[in-house]
Design a protein. Sequence first.
Length: 100
Amino acid sequence: MPYVPGKVYEYLATGAPILAPIPPGDLFDLLREAPQAYISNYRDSHQVADSLERLASDIYAGRVRCCDANWLSRFDRSILARQLAAVFDKILGVGAWQRP
């Protein structure tokens, strides 16, 4: 999947576990970093079954972890907008105080 749907970030923020049989790509790479995601290649039935088994086992044992708030904050729109504005300021050679 060449993109990551915005809803994924909202769902990550809930802390709920994510069972994701998905193709390799950006979404796969992102969810691989999230501790509450149980990902597998959707074409490999053994991987999907293993992910489901791990999720069920972790829920039963109370071991489902949530992603760290600091890790998740790197996707916050206000933070990303500030960072992008800083890039534009650097390119244009202006500071925030010089913007109208």
